[in-house]
Design a protein around this ligand. Structure first.
Ligand code: NAD
Ligand code: DAU
Length: 339
């Protein structure tokens, strides 16, 4: 099997590539991988075993039709992770999100159609559904994105469906909840909080901290993506959840404890615009059709992540300035903390 992995130098894509080359997924022994990655601020060759004999790395843009059309022949499948991925950046400037996440996805789908690649997995996100006050989204729930990031992912998601309907490209779409684990860029809340606490700083909690996210270890996400690639049905969407639902206050409590810090190290900062209140996925389809459930317990996985950032300062230190948190405002008051 030869797989083209876009965005394979980023957080989730590189985890998938490392685990695929390690033969960690059923039937993946001897798999060959080509990574196509633009190496934006979020991508790094330090995330990949670049000298691995079954890995080829191509620096390039998924929006480049000639490059992707030339690259695809000889590959059995595409797993498309490449994206602009940070909500806050999309609120500051949506343009790169429209380009990479929409035009890039369409470019890749079109190249797959032309070169007749047999299989395509689009790694989408639960954020395309918007925000849900109670209950959980199934794959039939409407797409109601609230940020330029999630709107661009939803558009890419719909292009994928259209290329399956109109051109028979064998696309499956995955929509996963929030990931955590090693190699996550320091702008995202978990690595931002861990590295800030390690450095003795105060962490910025948006708004009242009651927003809820569903957390899944990155290895569980990647295993599910591979199961969809090898056993999922074309034209179908698979939610990848089954993670741990926590408010940001609860998550902060875990991180403070693991880092040996107190609530005096938390600062309230102005809320994110259009901040989604709660995400929650129903993953029955993934479990019943493909037998996939999470393997990494949240507390164990989070403790391992804290340990990894503690032991790999070389990896994140240089990115800390670029991902500097917003200006800190008022300290968290005791009555804001409902744990
Ligand atoms: P990331 O930002 O860490 O990595 C993105 C990678 O894509 C980087 O290596 C970057 O260089 C590359 N890239 C960006 N633009 C490109 C372009 N035009 N051409 C080629 N490469 C380009 O992102 P991540 O957190 O690893 O997310 C990977 C995918 O998973 C994204 O599609 C994201 O929407 C989706 N997703 C992420 C999460 C999460 O919690 N992080 C959850 C669900 C879905
Ligand atoms: O749900 C899947 C999505 O999860 C992915 O599609 C995105 O690519 C990924 O970035 C992530 O989006 P979020 O916006 O949920 O992740 P982020 O880490 O930016 O924020 C998580 C929560 O923490 C959110 O409620 C905002 C809050 N937060 C975030 C930052 C960066 C803070 O309170 N303070 C912060 O400094």
């Amino acid at each position: 099997m030869r797989v083209l992995v876009t965005g394979g130098a980023g957080f989730i894509g590189s985890t998938y590539v490392r685990e695929l080359l390690d033969g960690r997924y059923p039937g993946s022994d001897g798999a060959r991988v080509t990574v196509l990655d633009k190496l934006t601020y979020a991508g790094s060759l330090a995330n990949l075993p670049v000298r691995h004999p079954r890995l080829d790395f191509v620096e390039g843009d998924v929006c480049d039709p000639r490059l992707v059309t030339d690259l695809l022949p000889g590959h059995d499948a595409v797993v498309h992770f490449a994206a602009e991925s940070h909500v806050d950046r999309s609120l500051a400037n949506g343009a790169p999100f429209a380009v990479t996440n929409v035009v890039g996805t369409q470019t890749l789908l079109d190249a797959c159609r032309r070169t007749k690649v047999e299989r395509f997995v689009l790694v989408s996100t639960d954020e395309v559904y918007g925000s849900i006050p109670r209950g959980s989204w199934t794959e039939e729930s409407p797409l109601l994105p609230n940020s330029p990031y999630s709107a661009s992912k939803a558009a890419g998601d719909l292009f994928a469906r259209a290329y399956w309907r109109a051109h028979d490209v064998a696309v499956s779409i995955t929509r996963c909840c929030n990931n955590y684990g090693p190699y996550q860029f320091v702008e995202k809340v978990i690595p931002l909080f861990i590295t800030t606490l390690i450095d003795g700083g105060d962490v910025p909690l948006y708004g009242d901290g009651h927003h809820v996210r569903e957390w899944l270890h990155v290895s569980d996400h990647c295993r599910a993506v591979h199961a969809v690639l090898t056993g999922g049905r074309a034209g179908e969407v698979y939610n990848i959840g089954g993670g741990t639902e926590l408010s940001n206050l609860e998550l902060t409590g875990y991180l403070l404890e693991l880092c040996g810090a107190g609530w005096d190290r938390v600062r309230r900062v102005p809320d994110r615009d259009a901040h989604d209140e709660r995400y929650s996925l129903d993953s029955t389809k993934l479990r019943e059709e493909l037998g996939v459930t999470p393997q990494v317990g949240f507390e164990r996985g989070l403790a391992a992540a804290v340990e990894w950032y503690g032991g790999n300062r070389w990896w994140w230190e240089k990115d800390k300035v670029a991902a500097a948190p917003p200006v800190l405002t008022e300290p968290l008051r005791a009555r804001d903390v409902h744990r």
